[in-house]
Design a protein around this ligand. Structure first.
Ligand code: ACM
Length: 499
């Protein structure tokens, strides 16, 4: 058994204590001292009771009264100042000793981070019992936005599969799931104002593979599942390009008035809305109003990428209509980097930088005018890129992305000249042109998602790949225990006894 405290992302403070470990056993009970049924600490308490119970093979209770006996896992929201937690909303502390575990944070999201940290610390003994090494961990993230873009348009991802992905995001302390819900091939979210979108344009995926869509009830279920794990869902409706599925459902969005043919290939850049058609503006206003109403989070993503057949003036007009529809409903818009070329973006607009083959100047100018950046440089965090030339899955247009590529980079160097504070965070992306199954998704995510999560969470500094791979060894064992497919990158140290 490895003695490495194998937490990923690396916490700010890890202090192993020279004490006996905590052993999960019949005395283990989760306590939320003095709680009532509305206590914001309760979801995290239920999560930790569930995970300890499942890992140990017996039910673990949640109690509001502290029994004051050895074995308690206490879950507590604390006043940050008094508790001496690191700064920031998401800060948390995990204290493990032989007789008790304390999980403490300022808010519910921080408690989820404490819970998953405890999960990463669990070790199985040869006799099957579970123990947690005695340790003090205190931690807070570097960036507030740590996400994954997931393309559910090219290949549909079912609700149960999406919940597995959400679980992985939480495990690596990512807090944004950005769903790319619409594209040329399909439209995946049922919106009340345009029922034909999913009725006509969701049944299939690329190459004629099976499709699907999220009903309003599915959407609520996903949002609640994500919320309980500290994750916000950012829905993307991609306009004014990547719209063939919308034009297949509604012929009024094409110049001839005839519905577009279904498209199940993987080309990009050929479809576009038309600013001068009477149906276009109501379509944008209604659809973004629907999505804003269906989504409690602050952000709605308007797409804006790869519109290859439109003059800048028409592009700006269409994007502006989408942006206004989003802000009219009290949301802050997000868009791909092409948005940076639109003058006078609404204050606080979030620009997602992805194509790192370009010069930084227009983005620096947009940031000076108030835009904020989420960084998804394709050559680092597009996790649909092949690991190497032999990878059976994935694409190669941004090169090969192995573990070291995903890990050894500095976000603040991606766009030199950005004003301080312009970078909100980092978002990996998984496009699904070639990815059909949950195994395909997790093979591309693992191990690279853990590396990107550490770049987004942990303190800046030179990235020590050797240190990451030492910690990731135990994670490979964990993915195996969960039955997840993953890629044994030759850059890792899988199966080694590392200490
Ligand atoms: C993108 O990869 N087209 C955002």
């Amino acid at each position: 058994m490895s003695d490495v405290i194998a937490v990923v992302p690396q916490p700010l403070v890890v202090e192993p204590a020279d004490l006996a470990p905590y052993v999960v056993g019949p005395a283990t009970v989760v306590v939320v001292p003095g709680a009532d049924a509305d206590d914001p600490a309760l979801p995290a308490a239920v999560l930790v009771a569930d995970l300890l119970g499942r890992a140990a093979g017996h039910a673990v209770q949640v109690r509001f009264e502290d029994p004051g006996v050895p074995g308690a896992v206490r879950v507590r929201l604390a006043d940050g100042e008094q508790a001496g937690l690191p700064a920031g909303d998401e800060a948390y502390r995990v204290l493990v000793g032989p007789d008790e575990v304390l999980l403490e944070a300022r808010c519910a999201e921080g408690l989820v981070h404490a819970v998953v940290t405890l999960r990463q610390l669990l070790r199985e003994l040869p006799d099957g019992r579970l123990e947690v090494p005695a340790v003090r961990i205190e931690d807070a993230p570097r960036y507030a936005w740590r996400g994954l873009t997931l393309d559910v348009a090219r290949h549909f991802v079912s609700v149960p599969d999406l919940k597995v992905v959400i679980g992985l995001l939480a495990h690596y302390k990512l807090n944004v799931l950005h769903l790319h819900l619409t594209d040329d091939q399909a439209w995946r979210l049922d919106v009340p104002s345009r029922p034909e979108l999913v009725r006509r344009s969701s049944a299939r995926s690329v190459d004629g593979d099976p499709g699907g869509h999220y009903s309003a009830a599915d959407w609520e279920d996903l949002l609640a599942f994500a919320h309980a794990r500290g994750i916000r869902v950012v829905p993307e409706i991609d306009v004014p390009g990547h719209v063939n599925a919308a034009q297949h459902a509604y012929g009024e969005l094409t110049p001839t008035g005839e519905p577009a043919e279904e498209y199940l290939g993987i080309g990009v850049g050929f479809s576009r809305l038309h600013a001068d058609l009477p149906a276009t503006r109501p379509f944008l206003e209604d659809v973004f109003a629907d999505v804003a109403r269906m989504t409690p989070g602050e952000h709605v993503h308007v797409g804006g990428d790869e519109v290859l057949t439109m003059e800048p003036e028409e592009y700006a007009r269409l994007v502006r209509t989408a942006l206004e529809a989003v802000t009219a409903h009290g949301k802050t818009p997000v868009g791909w980097q092409e948005l940076a070329h639109v003058p006078d973006l609404p204050p606080g607009t979030v620009v997602q930088f992805w194509d790192d083959r370009v010069e930084p100047e227009p983005f620096v100018a947009a940031a000076r005018a108030g835009a904020r950046f989420v960084l998804s440089p394709a050559s680092r965090v597009y996790l649909d890129m092949k690991y190497d030339a032999d990878s059976p899955l994935g694409l190669e247009w941004a090169g090969h992305v192995d573990l070291a590529d995903a890990y050894c980079w500095e976000p603040e160097d991606v766009l030199p000249g950005l004003p301080p504070g312009a970078v909100l965070g980092v978002e990996a992306a998984l496009w699904t042109e070639t990815l059909r199954t949950l195994d395909d998704l997790t093979t591309m995510l693992l191990p690279r998602l853990a590396a990107v999560a550490e770049v987004a969470w942990s303190a800046p500094g030179p990235r020590d790949l050797d240190d990451l791979t030492r910690r990731l060894t135990a994670h490979g064992d964990f993915w195996d225990r969960l039955g997840l497919a993953w890629y044994r990158s030759p850059q890792g140290r899988w199966g080694e006894r590392v200490g």
